[in-house]
Design a protein around this ligand. Structure first.
Ligand code: FES
Length: 246
């Protein structure tokens, strides 16, 4: 049985026929097309086991990793296009600089507290550590940014991956740059208040992370601090989401 693969290449659809094989992934099919049918086809990949995050694309209208998407489950007519909201370099290769520049803006690295002589221990069994663990496995594939409905309307929005990373660091009691990070994530236009909790990012994350959860938690922290008189940029007067302030 032949499978038709329609690839959006810089706005033009190219159609290829690939013979169906068992346990074939979309990435396998792209390699077949590149090796046997059109050597000019460009796409990105590295690990081929869902770890590096470089083979993200939109497959049959939904973001996914090409190396982890079985071709046989997609039917006999499959569409493949580059990630959305990210500039295309060629075919399925996108320019991730904008994605990583948003990531850099929240200072995505751990910054240890210096005023204490002994290191603070976050026990693996503690609630704080379990909370952080829920968002730790991000592979920066960009699927969440591509699926984000807000980014399509507000391109400056930092997006789910950067905000998820920011929350992990803000929640970490050993980190010293909470104020700086909250100033960025609470800023108008780019920050958490743009998120409408559509959960599109949650649906596509290949690591089962829920960035929306991190974003809601950041909103809670900002509101709590605002009530305590410590404001970080902008707190909207009216917000549609009911939140507990503890
Ligand atoms: S090639 Fe690394 S995640 Fe797909």
């Amino acid at each position: 049985m032949a499978i038709t693969i329609r690839i959006n290449r810089n706005g033009i659809e190219d159609v290829f026929q690939v013979e169906a094989k068992t346990q074939q992934t979309v990435l396998d099919a792209l390699f077949y097309i590149q090796n046997e049918l059109d050597s000019s086809l460009s796409f990105r990949c590295s690990c081929r086991v869902g770890m590096c995050g470089s083979c993200g694309m939109v497959i049959n209208g939904k973001e996914g990793l090409a190396c982890r998407t079985s071709l046989n489950q997609l039917g006999i007519d499959v569409s493949v296009q580059p990630l959305r909201h990210i500039p295309v370099i060629k075919d399925l290769v996108v320019d991730m600089e904008g994605f990583f520049s948003k990531y850099r803006s929240i200072e995505p690295y751990f910054s240890p507290r210096v005023e204490i002589s002994e290191p603070i221990v976050a026990s693996p069994q503690s609630g704080i550590r379990k909370d952080i663990d829920l968002g730790l496995e991000c592979i920066s594939c960009g699927l969440c940014l591509s699926a984000c409905d807000v980014v399509s309307m507000v391109p400056e929005f930092l997006g789910p991956a950067a905000l998820n990373r920011a929350y992990n660091l803000v929640a970490d009691v050993r980190d010293d740059r909470t104020d700086q990070r909250l100033s960025v994530v609470g800023a108008p236009r780019i920050g958490v208040w743009q998120c409408h909790t559509h959960m599109s990012c949650v649906e596509v994350c290949p690591k089962n992370i829920a960035p929306t959860r991190a974003i809601v938690n950041l909103k809670r922290i900002l509101i709590r601090r605002s009530l305590l008189g410590k404001r970080h940029h902008f707190i909207p007067k009216v917000h549609a989401i009911k939140m507990e302030v503890d």
